[in-house]
Write a protein that binds this ligand. Structure first.
Ligand code: PRX
Length: 652
């Protein structure tokens, strides 16, 4: 592992203790109790999780065995049966939550909808009947490609209700990317909308689906929510309007119970090689992790109105917009559009308008707010807020302090939550009533999480030195496999240390400080984290070389104040093609078309050759240094042709 990826240079000594006031009202306010529960959770995990599963979930049939661990494959709560949608909705009916808002929605144009638990249950039951009548049942795959509108939540829960496996594809992905995901999981049904609002314009989702499904033989039905009213083509026999079908179903829907290990969803995420990985999560363990972590980390109260700005196309939207929050009977707020539409104070306006109490967002968004200026924030009261969260990438201390001061008014604890698509729920995070926070650190592991920083032999490294972040015991919400590729699951996550198939390797570098707090340094594989989204360099490179002009491409990250990492690509052209600004633009839009705008390179540099080892491997470490504008340091003895590097450096 190259040294510089794990050398942590940040030293942040400020500590922020929970206020006495916050502590007094917290779901967990005692350090002694936290320590006792944590010790129990890792020393007697089966006892601990058995108790939690009985307390937090509604079972139709009790489980017989808590854990079956045949490393690296885990099964939790064997013999138990439940319905995930019932755990998010039906359980609240007949309680004081029945007429409570489950969901408050604000569209980008300013339209607002409030949906109670009773109403949400009604919508989900209706859709469940509709999709069942289309022949969708247990184990079938359904692709969801929607804007952040209530129907996205309804669609996910309706799939869960009938035992279908959803795969939500972020609306910013291109038709090509959507097609690949549909084909990988062989979805029968696609749920989409005519369009969604973004920066005052309509994103034409249905048109994208039309292109995607030209190449997806398994898709039988496309269901379309009318959102923007933009013109769309409806193909007879395949396409149906959501609004028409929903009206047709009216009977109460009896939900079936499914095994604890019944697959709940597939979510595609970037890997370092080739195609995206279909991370598979199952029912009971996932839901328990999401529900319990939301309860403790967000300190959820009956009166909270919780706003997470993540799209449901990402794991954060799955666990901490939909499943974890609704299972707790919370009120979720969702917003369709851009944070700077019509003005950069849209979030602060909405927080005041809806009296939102918790905000969970990403460092990249926080840095954008900082850049837009404090005046936009100061116009608003923000006095309803009581807790702030951060997720997706390391938060730099400056952004943390800004968030704390300007948004939290020094009153709201900040929970910096480290986790991954694969972990299903938050793994390392402060508990806001007990943990003293340090800006930039995700602090301590959550219940049941045994996290360690180790060297290449899996030996724990001394405090304050960098290493690989691993999880050494199974946990209920862990991924179970990669869809259709269990070998890759084993290789990718459980093969880092020979002879230790039980060690989960996160792909992140980290260090633990003198207090045992974790500081995440970033990815150590060829995966970039751009604006809190993981992007595999291999995918970008293969998108580039699919352009007729490109012979070879290498993608690397360079530090970027706003996005965390910016995407820089080096491209060599085929004979007969000349470098030009116009070609750069063409390549940018080509990547946008192949993958989606989020993967468009920030910088494109043409090169006569790329630095390679003698065996022909591109030396990305060197390109990273060049992209960052620095001199090429470190060992270049394996470099095949130094003149290539000299040319690249003289280029700038
Ligand atoms: O590198 C870590 C970073 O995001 C990666 C996981 O990305 P993804 O699966 O897309 O999930 C993002 C939302 C959970 C991690 O391997 N990461 C996530 N949260 C943090 C973080 N890095 C530092 N601090 C965090 N709080």
């Amino acid at each position: 592992m190259p040294d510089q990826t794990i050398t942590s240079v940040s030293r942040e000594n400020r500590k922020f203790r929970p206020s006495a006031e916050f502590k007094a009202q917290a779901n967990l306010g005692s350090e002694a109790l936290y320590k006792r529960l944590y010790a129990e959770s890792v020393n007697s995990p089966e006892k601990f999780w058995s108790k939690q599963a009985k307390e937090h979930l509604v079972w139709r049939k009790p489980f017989k065995q808590v854990l079956k661990w045949q490393a690296p494959h885990a099964q939790w709560f064997l013999g138990g049966k439940l319905n995930v949608a019932e755990n998010c909705l039906d359980r609240h009916l007949g309680t004081q939550r029945e007429n409570k808002a489950a969901l408050i929605f604000e569209g980008e144009p300013g339209d607002v909808r409030t949906i109670t638990y009773r109403q949400l249950h009604g919508h989900v039951s209706q859709l469940a009947q509709v999709i069942e009548s289309m022949g969708i049942g247990a184990g079938d795959r359904v692709a969801i490609y929607l804007p952040m509108i209530p129907e996205a939540v309804i669609a996910m829960l309706a799939c869960a209700r009938v035992g279908a496996i959803h795969t939500v594809v972020f609306g910013g992905f291109s038709p090509e990317a959507l097609k690949d995901r549909i084909n990988d999981c062989k979805a029968k049904l696609v749920i989409t909308a005519d369009g969604g609002w973004r920066r005052g314009k309509v994103i034409e989702l249905k048109a994208n689906v039309d292109k995607a499904v030209e190449g997806t033989p398994t898709v039988q039905t496309v269901m379309v929510v009318k959102r923007c009213g933009n013109p769309v083509t409806m193909k007879a026999g395949r396409d149906v309007w959501w609004q028409d079908t929903a009206a047709a179903a009216a009977k109460p829907h009896k939900a079936k119970a499914f095994d604890a290990e019944h697959p709940l969803f597939i979510l595609y995420t970037s890997g370092s090689t080739g195609k995206p990985k279909g991370v598979l999560h199952t029912s009971a363990g996932y839901l328990l992790g999401a529900k319990m972590s939301a309860h403790y980390v967000f300190d959820l109260k009956e009166t909270d109105r919780y706003f997470c700005s993540a799209d449901i196309g990402w794991i954060t939207g799955h666990s901490y917009v939909v499943y974890g929050l609704l299972a707790n009977g919370s009120t979720i707020f969702i917003y369709e559009g851009a944070p700077n539409q019509p003005e950069p104070d849209r979030f602060w306006q909405m927080i005041d308008r809806h009296a939102l109490t918790i905000l969970y967002t990403a460092p990249t968004a926080i840095r954008a707010f900082m850049r837009w200026g404090d005046d936009y924030v100061r116009r608003h009261r923000l006095d309803s807020l009581r807790l702030l969260g951060s997720v997706g990438e390391p938060i730099n201390p400056e952004a943390w302090i800004w968030y704390h001061t300007l948004i939290g008014k020094k009153r709201c604890p900040i929970v910096d939550t480290w986790w991954q698509t694969e972990t299903g729920c938050i793994m390392i995070s402060p508990l806001p009533g007990v943990t003293a926070t340090k800006p930039g650190s995700a602090t301590r592991p959550f219940f049941g999480v045994v996290a360690k920083v180790v060297d290449d032999q899996c030996r724990e490294v001394p405090r304050n030195s960098g290493g690989k972040l691993v999880i050494t015991q199974p946990w209920p919400s862990m991924l179970r496999t990669l869809w259709g590729d269990d070998d890759r699951y084993v290789r990718q996550y459980f093969s880092e240390f020979p002879g230790r198939p039980e060690i989960y390797f996160t792909g992140d570098g980290a260090r633990q400080d003198e207090d045992g707090y974790f500081w995440i340094v970033g990815r150590i594989d060829d995966v970039l984290n751009v604006s809190g989204h993981r992007i595999g360099t291999a995918e970008i490179e293969s998108a580039l070389v699919s352009h007729p002009s490109v012979a070879e491409a290498a993608a690397v990250g360079r530090p970027d104040e706003l996005k965390g990492q910016a995407l820089c690509v080096f491209v060599t052209l085929k004979a007969g093609y000349a470098a030009s600004e116009e070609l750069k633009e063409q390549l940018r839009s080509h990547v946008g078309k192949e993958i989606g705008s989020l993967a468009k390179p920030d910088t494109i540099r043409f090169a006569a050759g790329l630095p390679k080892t003698r065996s022909g491997k591109i030396m990305r470490r060197i390109l990273k240094e060049i992209a960052a504008g620095g001199a090429v340091k470190g060992d270049i003895s394996t470099l095949d042709d130094f003149s290539v590097v000299a040319a690249l450096q003289s280029d700038e």
